[in-house]
Design a protein around this ligand. Sequence first.
Ligand SMILES: [Zn+2]
Length: 502
Amino acid sequence: MFMSNRVLATSIAFVVLNVGTAANAQRIVDQRIVDQGVVIENVTLISPERPAPLLHADVVLRDGRIAEIGTNLVAGPHARRIDGSGRFLIPGLIDSHVHAGHSAALDDDAIYAHPELWAAYRAQVPRAYLAFGFTSIVDLDVAPIDQAWFEGTPLHPRFYSCGRGIKVAGGYMAFNVPPTSSPNFPNLVYEPKEMDHWPKSLEIGDYTPERAVSRAADTGAICVKAFVESGFGTFNWPYLHTETLQKIRAAARERKLVLMVHANSVDSWQSALNAHADIIAHGLWVWPGDFGNSVPSPGASNVIALAARAGTHVQPTLQTVAGERAMIDPSLLDDPRLAMALPKAIIAYLRSAEGVKARTALLNEYRKASPSPGFEPLLKAAMERTRATFKIMLQDHVSLVFGSDTPGVDSFGNPPGLNGRLELQNWADAGAPLALILRSATLDNATALGLSHELGSIEVGKRADLLMLKDNPLVTVSAYDLIETTFLNGEPIAVEGLRPHD
Ligand SMILES: [Zn+2]
């Protein structure tokens, strides 16, 4: 009970020595007892600002922050000791492109018919992000009602948002404009070049770029997202033109908000670059010419080179396209990791006759809307295009930031949490170095979002959002399947405990 520090130190030294390595013997020489907070002992610390991992590291967490880092710290009787032997400690991952309130499993009819399934789904969403290591997420287009729901869940990742995304009347995500506006409706901006689509009932002066940016800022947003989408190369929708985007840019800068631009075509990338967007929120897979041809056009290579030169951050979002495959190929339902993302009842629904029927109906809609040579070959080409342009971004050293666009597709191809893991896999499969992947999902994301004083690395003073893995993420991307503990605000959460409640 009244063991002196000296005696305690000696007994712990004995235990540590028993582990047996020479380096471990070294770390006991000047050891110091830490008797408050959480002490993660003898872990391999991997953090993007360090040129090399710190072996046999001890990390102290206190008051939600990283309090000390050393190689000689041991937990006293009043501290909580966590043995990090054989484990790898990395910063919590940041997913800077999610839509937390959107369904990644049930369509509107299913939500209406099965409110209990919807409730079960929603209960797991925040836990799924944490289970897959995402301790911070950024929602790019959130309705106040969804933000209130997410932030009200008992256990959830740190939540940041761009408020309501800025859209053009009659365009993408705002095809039908109600005669009166409401807080949960798309944040419209008046686009003079698309005035024919403007609803006469709305006062133009209320929809200037400045007002649209303030509407986002008023919800506590750290960013604004503007949609530049003329129709994925297939449709002809009204869209946000460069001059209006530049005004949004100026208003965002005034309020110190990061500007994210939804863009996936050569033209929209160019517009985002002309407006000096901070982040392009998608990869690049649309350019003029034959859609069945997956070889990047000279125009595509050109805008990527321009983005690299301008230092514009890019979220490649390979899963935005790849996730659509779930409509054709439901093998994701057999992925054992899905059991961590979705409750059993949801997976059972997706396998049921009713779920299959809904999926088939959706697929038929996609097939009907697709021009020649048809949905399947076009999807295949689009997947090849996103991957080919991503490879050019890697070669050109574009500043990549990690965002999964969860869910970016209809159907179930972008499950919460797991979709981020699949995106990490896509990056690795396309040849992104593992150190780059980790940095893009941590420090580079934090820096691009203006959050690097709080998040993104394991440094004293930062938020204690960390992951402890059973394998080395600089050796294999599969290490992200072996997250044992997620630390959120200094609190260790066993990942096994984050399974769905059913
Ligand atoms: Zn999105």
